[in-house]
Design a protein around this ligand. Structure first.
Ligand code: GDP
Length: 424
């Protein structure tokens, strides 16, 4: 059976923690999109970890972790994360890398930062991990598949071709030093030995695993509002963040996905630019920011302070629809325990009309939040393990939101640790 764990909104919803919990009983955890551009924070018996590219099943000795063909695979980053796990006492994880995954090349990172500098005050707020240039190359068919590392003639040819194209932009648009194809070839050849032990035909592997009844988790990165087709375009990422794409980016039949856990945080946070209807500012935002997550809402990749806001039912409902949600995992409700009253965004007012439908970006930019203010519970709820033991106002908060979303909240997380979780 396949389960997907994906984000409802902008990302940073706490998917890492939910995946870490579900991974304890999973045979296989798969990353199916994105790359090292987003971070998952995981706290378990080995300590606290910020993982970027590694599947969150790496802490379980019995779990096989797969880098699916849909990932933007950064080899130096892979090596760095393997070392990071080792240095922190995590036993060597079982990892398989798809023989069809494409390589994030050194020039993708360069071009990402050149482009962000060129855009100056019109920046997207990219993490400069090379993700947009990587996926551009993939769909322009000039990317480099990991299997091509093992044929020097093809590899040289592909790199020469990519450099020829990139150097036009680098010379005339960005006015930076030209790429040297030989240097890149020699650099990338070093990847070969680093990845060779892990490369397999993961599609065949998964086909067999399904037939054997294995439990498989698809681990999404970012959230539905960052999806290039359905999200807040163009403030989106460059690969699909939706569970449906999990089938493609991993190499599994679409009908094999039986459960979609959409992770939604009890308040909102976002990184990067773009419309954010329920955003709050100043001291009010700073208070929520420093109390948020396990150590404040600061980017796991960049350390940037995240933009903060109240829970947005309009955006989250849309995210739940897009994901094909069977279960909502509602996280970080403990963070709100300090508030007397908690505003919840239940509608958007656009040109004088109130809607609950998430609009296209041009209208989203005009939207004003319509709030319902709920009473707070004003008591520490960490340590509670039975949902029924929550204060009435905390249950009311969960159930009010559940009704607005129209999707069942079956998991409620009340702290960053593995055991701080309640099932309904
Ligand atoms: P992801 O990218 O969706 O995995 O999310 P991040 O890891 O970037 O952000 C989630 C943050 O919230 C991390 O610091 C987690 O440790 C923390 N977290 C997860 N669940 C909870 C929770 O229920 N309560 C609190 N206080 N923090 C949580």
């Amino acid at each position: 059976m396949v389960k997907a764990i994906v984000g409802a909104c902008w990302g940073d919803e706490g998917k890492g923690k939910i995946t870490d919990i579900l991974a304890t009983t999973a045979d296989i955890v798969i990353r199916f999109q994105g790359g090292s551009n987003a971070g998952h924070t995981i706290i378990n018996d080995y300590g606290k970890f910020a993982l970027h590219q590694m599947p969150s099943g790496v802490f379980n000795e019995n779990t096989v972790n797969i880098i699916g063909p849909g990932v933007a695979f950064n080899v130096p980053y892979f090596v760095k994360e393997m070392n990071y796990l080792k240095e922190n006492g995590v036993p060597t994880p079982k990892i398989l890398i798809s023989d069809r995954v494409e390589l994030l090349m050194p020039y993708h990172i360069l071009l990402d930062s050149y482009e962000e500098s060129r855009l100056a005050d019109k920046q997207f707020g990219s993490t400069k991990s090379g993700i947009a240039p990587f996926y551009s190359d993939k769909y322009a068919k000039i990317g480099i598949q990991i299997s091509q590392l093992f044929d020097e003639e093809i590899l040289r040819d592909r790199i020469n071709n990519a450099c020829e194209i990139k150097n036009v932009l680098i010379e005339h648009l960005y006015k930076k030093p030209l790429l040297n194809a030989d240097e890149i070839f020699n650099e990338v050849l070093k990847y070969r030995d680093l990845v060779a032990p892990y490369i397999v035909n993961t599609t065949e592997y998964l086909h067999k695993a399904l037939a054997d009844g294995k439990e498989i988790l698809l681990e999404g990165q970012l959230g539905a509002l960052k999806d290039p087709d359905h999200g807040i375009f163009p403030m989106t990422t460059s690969s699909s963040t939706l569970a449906g794409f999990g089938a493609i980016g991993a190499g599994l039949p679409p009908h094999s996905i039986k459960k979609v856990y959409t992770v939604a945080k009890a308040y909102s946070s976002a990184v990067g630019e773009g419309a954010f209807v329920s955003e709050i500012f100043g001291d009010e935002a700073q208070e929520l920011r420093v109390r948020g997550g396990d150590a404040g809402e600061f980017g796991a990749t960049t350390g940037r302070p995240r933009r903060m806001g109240w829970f947005d039912c309009v955006a989250t409902r849309y995210g739940c629809i897009l994901q094909g949600t069977t279960d909502v995992a509602f996280t970080a409700i403990d963070v709100l325990s300090y508030l007397d009253e908690i505003p919840v965004c239940v509608g958007y007012e656009i040109d004088g009309k109130v809607t609950k439908e998430f609009p296209v970006t041009s209208l989203l930019e005009k939207a004003k939040p319509v709030y319902t203010v709920l009473p707070g519970w004003k008591t520490d709820i960490r340590g509670i393990t039975d949902y029924n033991d929550l204060p009435a106002n905390a249950k009311n908060y969960v159930e009010f939101i559940e009704k607005e979303l129209g999707f069942n909240i079956t998991i409620v997380s009340n702290g960053p640790k593995r055991n701080e979780i309640m099932y309904r």
